[in-house]
Design a protein around this ligand. Structure first.
Ligand code: ARG
Length: 267
């Protein structure tokens, strides 16, 4: 199935502040290489038949490349982001302007949430299920706000490992009803919830998760993921998916990979 995505090139990408454990302001970043790798991801998604919209990056917003954080849309309704850290606050407005050009209904958030960084959607699970992370960025109050905004059940999951500070670095939808995840990134009770909801999930190891393997984009068949996550790729192949590795080493320096760079537009 053809999907629609939104990406923003890392033309202004640098690591000049640190808001997650992956960011080291003293490590050099090759912005040109970041753009090249990002271009490779964009081309990969296009080659798989998907539509990719591009959001113009803004000077002074180096994390804007992580487009997944800008909003969360379901059935053409957009629940806007409200960033935790002031360094990223202005990104929400840039995303809002994009959705306005599409003519989609945009609902601004009152509660702190980082869009698809902490929200995932599974259209065929229980008729349409939202999974939501909290613990580091998104407030649990935003989960209730998302449910009221989108009219879909939202299941709250608590993240407990600061290395996996967003849901999308610990869990990923593989198709419309199943997920892959790293259990240890979640609280004991949230692990129990995930085991109950997804008995057939693909479980990732710490090594897979540290390679940002779970920060993947799947169209239900092709799974685009970091080329460093080789063990997870093998497990996905065994489970019947087609892994499509891409290199995104520069963007790892900001604490993200494939999924962070891609917001899905769900009409
Ligand atoms: N430097 C960014 C931050 O810490 C990385 C965001 C990664 N995005 C994601 N969807 N996990 O906010």
């Amino acid at each position: 199935m053809t999907r629609s995505y939104l990406m923003s090139p890392p033309e202004h990408f640098v690591v000049e502040y640190a808001i997650n454990p992956w960011m080291d302001t003293t490590a050099p970043v090759d912005t040109e290489l970041a753009v090249k790798q990002w271009e490779g991801l964009r081309e990969t998604l296009a080659r798989l038949g998907h539509e990719v919209h591009v959001l113009t990056p803004e000077i002074g917003l180096p994390d804007m490349v992580y487009a997944a954080n800008g909003a969360f849309s379901v059935d053409g309704v957009v629940y806007g982001a409200k960033f935790k850290y002031p360094q990223r606050t202005a990104e929400a407005a840039a995303h809002r302007r994009f959705y306005d050009t599409l003519g989609w209904r945009y609902v601004a958030a009152s509660e702190t949430n980082e869009g698809e960084g902490d929200f995932a959607y599974l259209p065929a699970a229980l008729g349409g299920l939202v999974l939501a992370g909290h613990g580091f960025r998104t407030e649990v109050s935003a989960h209730a706000e998302a449910q009221e905004t989108l009219g879909r059940p939202v299941v709250s999951l608590r993240l407990v490992d600061p290395r996996f500070y967003h849901l999308d670095v610990a869990l990923a939808p593989l198709d419309d009803a199943n997920v892959a995840y790293y259990p240890e990134a979640f609280s004991e009770s949230s692990r129990q919830v995930l085991a109950q909801l997804f008995p057939d999930a693909v479980l990732a190891t710490e090594e897979d998760a540290l390679a940002f393997g779970l920060n993947l984009v799947s169209d239900g068949r092709n799974v685009v993921l970091s080329s460093e996550a080789t063990a997870l790729a093998a497990r996905l192949r065994t489970a019947g998916y087609v892994p499509v590795p891409v290199e995104l080493t520069e963007l790892k320096k900001g604490g993200g990979s494939v999924k962070c760079c891609v917001a899905e537009l769900r009409a």
